[in-house]
Ligand binder design. Structure first.
Ligand SMILES: NC(=O)c1ccc[n+]([C@@H]2O[C@H](COP(=O)([O-])OP(=O)(O)OC[C@H]3O[C@@H](n4cnc5c(N)ncnc54)[C@H](OP(=O)(O)O)[C@@H]3O)[C@@H](O)[C@H]2O)c1
Length: 309
């Protein structure tokens, strides 16, 4: 018997990879915490659930730059702690869907479908607590000191069809669009910091595009929306028509430097941040780092502290 294993990766398309794996084993992708490009596949027996535990089979998850950030900030925020590995190895967390295949937990039945936070693996043990009709909390002891947001699991069988039919989008976009909305709300709440120009770094990311689109769709916002992206994504962003101006990396001089500007950075490229601060000077009225799609071009705090803010 085989499990169809789906990985959803997206840049501009939704790519579904199907691979046949033996269902009799638990297969995990481990990432070296000191060198994220180094990985290994680890195969073990499927764990048996102790009292109060479930075993779920993961068949689908989204994979974007945000998951890379879970590795980059794994020690700082605690992402390595949700599904610990051993030595220098870790399991990068993803948002996905799984079915309960074994249950030793009253109230959660075999066959239930769950949406939530998983390792990149075929199976995992969960320990439900605070069980409600629509969700439960994982109460595994070592997860209780970690950010609570990631311990909730939605019991999707009990959700309306209108929600259930967007399973792929949910795995891929929900954590990102939620962040886009929070930034949009942050800008609105602060009257855009009196900026007449909103500059979005790494705008072609899903989080960046969500923000640009919400700003564009808001009839009360007249600020110029500027996206910064790479050459390869320039045309794609232009086609979406959510920016007034699209600038490619290295051409930041094209910015209108006379406008008070708020910079929302998804790139984590400290060289870019420094260039923008230098160009805009006192017209940089807000600068918020949200992401690190270019995490390998990140710098240290002392580099940024040279910037006049
Ligand atoms: N703080 C938070 O709570 C929070 C929440 C959600 C997301 N975020 C952050 O926001 C950022 C965007 O996340 P996302 O999931 O929306 O990103 P995504 O859609 O996967 O971003 C893809 C973009 O990343 C850039 N990129 C740079 N190097 C790349 C590479 N080697 N392969 C593919 N893309 C590459 C490209 O944009 P350009 O060419 O335009 O640079 C590409 O279009 C992440 O750093 C994420 O951690 C933060």
């Amino acid at each position: 018997m085989t499990l169809k294993y789906y990985v959803i990766y997206s840049d501009t398309i939704l790519l579904t990879v199907k691979k046949c794996l033996p269902m009799s084993k638990n297969i995990e992708l481990w990432v070296n915490r000191k060198d994220f490009r180094s990985t290994q596949i680890v195969t073990t027996d499927i764990p048996a659930p102790a009292s109060g535990e479930l075993v779920v089979a993961i068949d689908k998850f989204g994979l974007t730059a945000n998951n890379v950030s879970y590795a980059v900030s794994g020690d700082m925020i605690g992402y390595w702690g949700y599904f610990p590995a051993t030595d220098d190895w870790g399991k990068v967390c993803v948002w996905g869907c799984a079915n309960v295949i074994e249950s030793n937990c009253d109230g959660i039945a075999i066959g239930e479908r769950l949406w939530g936070f998983y390792p990149m693996a075929s199976h995992v043990l969960l320990t439900p607590g605070n069980i409600r009709t629509d969700q439960f909390t994982d109460v595994t002891s070592y997860r209780q000191t970690l950010p609570e947001l990631y311990n909730f699991y939605r019991r999707t069988d009990f959700e309306p069809d209108a929600v259930r039919q967007f399973e792929n989008e949910r795995c891929l976009l929900v954590p990102l669009f939620t962040t886009s909305f929070v930034i949009y709300d942050y800008l609105l709440y602060n009257d855009l910091f009196s900026a007449d120009q909103i500059v979005i770094g790494s705008v072609s990311s899903k989080t960046g595009l969500g923000l640009a689109k919400m700003l564009r769709n808001d009839p009360n916002i007249s600020a110029k929306i500027v996206g910064i992206t790479s050459n390869g994504n320039n045309e794609f962003v232009e086609q979406l028509a959510c920016c007034d101006q699209v600038i490619t990396y290295g051409n930041e001089e094209e910015l209108d430097k006379s406008l008070p500007s708020a910079y929302i950075d998804m790139s984590g490229n400290t060289g870019l941040t420094k260039r923008l601060h230098t160009l805009l000077g006192d017209n940089m009225v807000e600068s918020a780092m949200v992401g690190a799609t270019h995490w390998d071009k990140g710098g240290k705090q002392e580099t940024l502290s040279l910037i006049h803010i």
